[in-house]
Design a protein around this ligand. Sequence first.
Ligand code: HEC
Ligand code: HEC
Ligand code: HEC
Length: 367
Amino acid sequence: MKMSVRHIVIGLGVAAMCGAGVFWLGLVNVGASTGHWALTDWLLHTAMRRSVQFRADTLPPEDFASEAMIRRGAAHFETGCAPCHGSPGAPRGAVVRAMTPEPPDLLDQVDQWTAADLFWIVKHGVKFTGMPAWPAPGRDDEVWSMVAFLKFMPSLDAQGYHGLAYGAEKIPNGRQRVLSVTANPALADCVRCHGLDGRGDGNGAFPRLDIQDEAYLHDALQAYAGGHRFSGIMQEATAGLDGETLAILAAYFAQQSAGKPFATAQEPLEAERLQRGKIIAMRGLPDNNVASCAGCHDRTGTQSRSQFPRLSGQYRTYIETQLRLFSTNTKRGGGPFANIMRQSSHALEDADIEAVAAWYAMQTPNP
Ligand code: HEC
Ligand code: HEC
Ligand code: HEC
């Protein structure tokens, strides 16, 4: 008997209906307790590995593996990743080990991936597994910090990891100190990164908060919490905090007295370029439509605008990153006045960004 096209179509139709019936009747067991079939496991994992290797083609930035990037990545890893993957400080808990698929212990895994592979996985996440994408899609700089830390992690013991994840305030001692200063437990998380005095680490991993006014800090925190300012790290740190807590935290950091700049700890820039930075800050570049920064930033007395951030004494690398984000239109976001800043930063070339950031980093913060 010759099979006609009609027979084939009918056969396929019946097969599809049987398949649909199996789903409809609930015969597929979606329970995670039975795990995946070995074949499903192999298919999912091979698909993931091939997919990552096919797409991973981004090169690491110049400062990849700097002390600041590793520290920034480690601090976020503790709250954003360790609950699923465990860390050199604490193994994975029983609940996450019962997930299907199980979030792997990354200490065994990271050496199998290149930095570009890890970048892709952390930026995009993995479908059907619970491995989330980076919450702020435009913040490749933050993703690279995480990759820098992941590559460094296998060399760490529990104590070394703890130092990186909790900073100088190493909790639990730090936590007790924090709670003795303020009754606010949310602050214990902030000080891991920003320090009890709001000055950060000295290496630029985190911005200084001690130099800012309360109104600006409050606007910034509300912008992160509301999803208007984009940072996978700060969106995670502010998630779940209510308005009253944000106000208390802004007030706490605004009260810290701003000390000297940290510029000496950073690579020096030639005098000529610093001079260029000063000109941009004080006069702007009228031919390129760049307004003077000092027209808005770090004004004193009655001219001061407490909603505008201060730049004098801020870390150079932080200022540079923010300017590069602003110049893209979509990657920075910000508070209610962010739009006027975007216009001012558009025409700045990369060398000018470096120059003006270096000059501001060397200035003594306003009292
Ligand atoms: C909700 C749990 C969860 C969180 C939070 C999570 N992951 Fe994952 N992650 C997973 C799961 C599940 C997999 C396994 C995916 C698979 O098998 O294909 C995974 C896979 C990975 C892999 C690939 C490992 C390998 O060799 O297969 C890396 C790298 C990774 N995660 C890094 C991170 C980082 C960095 C963070 C924090 C920014 C993070 N993950 C947050 C659940 C999580
Ligand atoms: C895991 C480290 C980490 C934790 C925890 C953390 N921060 Fe941050 N914070 C950062 C980083 C990194 C940035 C820079 C983010 C960006 O590029 O937008 C930042 C930025 C900020 C800013 C904006 C500063 C500016 O000049 O615009 C404020 C305000 C702030 N953090 C306050 C807090 C408060 C309050 C907490 C506690 C609820 C906290 N942070 C917890 C790392 C952290
Ligand atoms: C017209 C006023 C205005 C001018 C001119 C201006 N800025 Fe801004 N700038 C702002 C405002 C407002 C913000 C706060 C944005 C937000 O809501 O997050 C800001 C934010 C910034 C930030 C982020 C600071 C932080 O703590 O996150 C940097 C860096 C910055 N400006 C640098 C500059 C430089 C450099 C110049 C000069 C080339 C300049 N600005 C010119 C108004 C201005």
